[in-house]
Ligand binder design. Structure first.
Ligand code: F6P
Length: 357
């Protein structure tokens, strides 16, 4: 089949590996099909305002290991204004584009599905987010990198916590799901991990830490997902701010938890919030490979006419799944993985009765 005109955008929060996907899209379309790729700037905003740049293999040189996105990103989307969807269609026609590859998380892909379903553009999605919360794919790119960054941080915090006989509460990202916390906690040998899927009882956490100290271990690492929830009727967490897109701006629950731990146990406690370090910098080798596979597969999906689909990896096989299966419901931490994580917590039987089903 001959070359096609393909648009590409990166939307929502950034993520290590975005450039690697764009690079793969450009290589595949330009080199193997002889088509063209237009990169829209600043996510959906660039499509609405019809601005961006023609991409070349040369433009993407050296981009594989670079974090961020050469195209820029934003949380704007076409449904923020009445004429947004029509402007997407106008841009596609004006630039003679056959399809749009949308690299994004839940919000961006939900929008991509709607734009596709309503016929404003032919869309193929690529699942991006360090949170790994998109359904239909076992992995999103960026997650492996975030886990590696968080694990390295936990390793470092172990030694300083041990030197001072302290508890350190490490807060990682994960608004509604605890994938980063569960994986980095397990990989980093956290004493305990708290995830949004399983509300925690601070009394149980403190009892476990006290028991551990009584057994002669005076340093502990507690990994907390930013969206972790206390059990109703236990401790109060301040209501998070909401940004102009309606997203809760989380970050800071670790201060509440650390304060409670110190007050209830008497053990000196410190807080480390990893924040956006988890999203910045170079992707891991795993993510670079995944991004390259996703980018190539997205172009192939365009050529196969698989619009309204998203590339996905399941059992190490890359395929295209309907966007309808990907958006609408978040993918939560696998109960089997969480069961394994629990084996390493000093919580005892009572706490273990409250497990993910
Ligand atoms: O990329 C997803 C995510 O990392 C969430 O876990 C986090 O709450 C959010 O992004 C923060 O994004 P920003 O600070 O860019 O609004």
């Amino acid at each position: 089949m001959g070359g096609m005109g393909i648009g590409v955008l990166t939307g929502g929060g950034d993520c290590p590996g975005l450039n690697a996907v764009i690079r793969a899209v450009v290589r595949r379309e330009l080199r193997d099909f002889g088509g063209e790729v237009f990169g829209f700037h600043d996510g959906w905003r660039g499509v609405i305002e019809n601005r961006g740049e023609q991409l070349s293999v040369q433009r993407l040189r050296g981009s594989l290991p670079r974090g961020g996105t050469i195209l820029g990103t934003s949380r704007d989307h076409p449904y923020m204004s009445d004429d947004g969807p029509a402007r997407v269609a106008e841009t596609m026609a004006d630039r003679q584009l056959d399809a749009l590859i949308v690299i994004g998380g839940e919000g961006t892909l939900s929008c991509a599905k709607r734009i596709n379903d309503e016929g404003h553009a032919n869309v193929v999605g690529v699942p991006k987010t360090i949170d790994n919360d998109i359904s239909g794919t076992e992995r999103t790119f960026g997650f492996d990198t975030a886990v590696a960054i968080a694990t390295e941080a936990i390793d470092r915090l172990h030694t300083t916590a041990e030197s001072h006989d302290r508890i350190i509460v490490v807060e990682v990202m994960g608004r509604h799901v605890g994938h980063i916390a569960a994986w980095s906690g397990l990989a980093g040998g956290a004493t305990m991990t708290l995830i949004p899927e399983e509300p925690f009882d601070i009394a149980t956490v403190c009892e476990a830490l006290t028991r551990r100290h009584a057994a002669g271990k005076y340093a502990s690492i507690v990994v907390v997902a930013e969206g972790a929830l206390p059990m109703p009727g236990t401790i109060a967490v301040p209501e998070p701010d909401v940004d102009r897109f309606g997203h809760q701006r989380l970050g800071g629950i670790s201060h509440v938890i650390a304060h409670e731990i110190e007050n209830r146990t008497g053990f000196e406690t410190r807080v480390t919030i990893l924040g956006h370090t988890q999203r910045g910098g170079t992707p891991t080798a795993f993510d670079r490979v995944l991004c390259s596979r996703f980018g190539v597969a997205a172009v192939d999906a365009v050529h196969e006419g698989k619009f309204g689909h998203m590339v996905a990896i399941n059992s190490n096989h890359i395929d295209a799944v309907p966007l309808a299966d990907a958006v609408g419901q978040l993918k939560h931490v696998d109960p089997q993985l969480w069961e394994t994580a629990n084996v390493f917590f000093p919580t005892g039987e009572s706490a273990r009765s409250n497990r993910l089903g």
